[in-house]
Design a protein around this ligand. Structure first.
Ligand code: BG6
Length: 471
């Protein structure tokens, strides 16, 4: 739809950027922090760093927040490391870990930046993993207790809460991200999924009970699925994958019930989770205040060939590249979309479609909590990082966001990935996303100095204007 006049971004729009604890903080074993599943990984893809130092944000958070302020961020999305505040995931609380997030939040508030907190971003405490992790039904209570601690400590300072980052990617692509190497197969994964859904519902209810003025929502990765063609079989495959990748998670979080097609998929495969008495009521009782979602790219599928080749990824294994399911859907390269250096398709219009679809289904305010371009940025001879490609990517997506707002979508925040360079989930630190460059290499930490990239100056102006002027 073409609009004669575009609606402006709301005055209080939460422009900002995002990170996650294990990808940015470092200090992996300092001040009483317990190990997470990420810290105990003994293998990393060849040529890529571990997460021990990352961007050293734990020690340099003041300098980082000062730069965020300079850019003009209205918000900053970060995650709390569960094992930093509760070294074993349950029981004992680590005062120094608690204190770190108080200091970070206070620094942000003082800088006029609204904190948006993700409660859990891939880094489950290792002690919990050793007790079965999310496969253990007790995980529901572990997460509820952790939620209670976070709300008690920070709920009076933090208004916006996100429960679980990209739960759907942990289930569909956990081995690529490094979160579920030791899982017990697909059935177990859907059992983990069920526990996370109930845990998330409980956390939302606890937040509403403890701090009714705060807002809380889920944070899956949502990407609308296109059919490879108008062939009815391809369209049906797209419906299938939409249900399995997207709506399973949002229907449970928002409508409090399992999506029918996703349910029948799990039934067909023999992967139905065990649901205990009371679980359905817990799911139904949780009412998110908004939906946060991450968007990097759309996905395209064709009809299944109904053989083993359906499950062979078309280009590498990655959380943003579809792995098909025999008899259900098959990944397809969309010939209309360019790809980035890592094979991810770039689809700004797909963001508008995704925003519209989520709005149509759930009628809740929306926040985009990740979106961005990973690239091998370099500092040039004059000492600048001229990441025009990132500006182009962000510009194109923000343009579509404004169109979606004009379409009637209630979008209230945008925190692209990432505020500062950090370590990618499985492609090292040279795959950079930040507005701020961090001077380090995969194995050479250099001085870890900070340098604003060209995109940060562009974003500063955009925030000042509350939207796009021109490229
Ligand atoms: C999202 C995750 O899937 O994508 C982030 O929430 C991640 O943690 C981001 O960093 C980009 O992916 P990658 O694999 O390039 O780090």
């Amino acid at each position: 739809m073409l609009h004669k006049t575009l609606k402006p971004f709301p005055d209080d729009f939460l422009w900002g950027a995002a990170t996650s604890a294990y990808q940015v903080e470092g200090a992996w074993n300092e001040d009483g922090k317990g190990p997470s599943v990420i810290d105990v990984r003994d293998q990393y893809p060849e040529g890529t760093t571990d997460f021990k130092v990352a961007s050293d944000h734990y020690h340099r958070y003041k300098e980082d927040v000062a730069l965020f302020k300079e850019i003009g961020f209205k918000s900053y999305r970060f995650s709390i490391s569960w094992s930093r505040v509760m070294p074993n995931g349950i029981g004992e609380v680590n005062p120094k870990g608690i204190d770190f997030y108080h200091r970070l939040i206070d620094e942000l508030l003082e800088a006029g930046i609204t904190p948006i907190v993700t409660m859990y971003h891939f880094d489950l405490p290792q002690a919990l993993a050793e007790m079965g992790g999310w496969s253990n039904r007790d995980s529901i209570q572990w997460f509820a207790d952790y939620a209670q601690l976070l709300f008690k400590e920070y709920g009076h300072k933090v208004k916006y809460w996100l429960t679980i980052n990209e739960q759907n990617m942990m289930i569909l692509h956990g081995s690529a991200i490094g979160t579920n190497d030791k899982n017990g197969g697909q059935k177990d994964l859907y059992q983990q999924n069920h526990h996370m859904l109930v845990a998330q519902a409980k956390a939302m209810a606890i937040s509403h009970e403890m701090q009714p003025e705060n807002k809380i929502g889920p944070a899956p990765n949502i990407a609308l699925i296109y059919p490879a063609s108008s062939k009815p079989e391809d369209v049906m495959a797209a419906f299938n994958y939409n249900a399995i990748r997207n709506w399973l998670y949002l229907d449970a979080a928002v409508r409090g019930r399992y999506n029918d097609v996703a349910w029948s998929f799990m039934e067909e495969k023999g992967w139905l989770p065990e649901i205990k008495e009371g679980d359905i009521e817990v799911l139904a009782s949780a009412k998110p205040d908004f939906i946060a979602f991450n968007y990097y790219t759309s996905q395209t599928v064709e009809a299944s060939h109904n053989d083993a080749s359906d499950a062979v990824p078309r280009s590498g294994k990655d959380q943003h590249i579809t792995i098909g399911e025999r008899g259900v859907y098959r990944g397809y390269h969309n010939p209309f979309l360019p790809t980035n250096e890592f094979g991810w398709e770039i689809d700004p219009i797909g963001l508008r479609s995704t925003l519209r679809e989520i709005n149509d289904r759930y009628h809740l305010p929306l926040m985009i909590t990740e979106n961005g371009l990973g690239a091998f940025d370099e500092v040039d001879a004059e000492g600048n990082v001229n990441d025009d490609y990132r500006i182009e990517y962000l510009h194109a997506h923000i343009e579509q966001m404004q169109l979606a707002i004009t379409d009637g979508v209630q979008l209230f925040g945008y925190t692209p990935w990432s505020a500062i360079d950090l370590i990618s989930t499985h492609q090292g630190c040279r795959k950079r996303y930040g507005f701020i460059y961090v001077n380090r290499d995969e194995f050479d930490l250099k001085d870890l100095g900070r340098l604003r990239k060209k995109s940060s100056f562009w974003y500063e102006e955009l925030i000042r204007n509350n939207g796009l002027t021109q490229k």
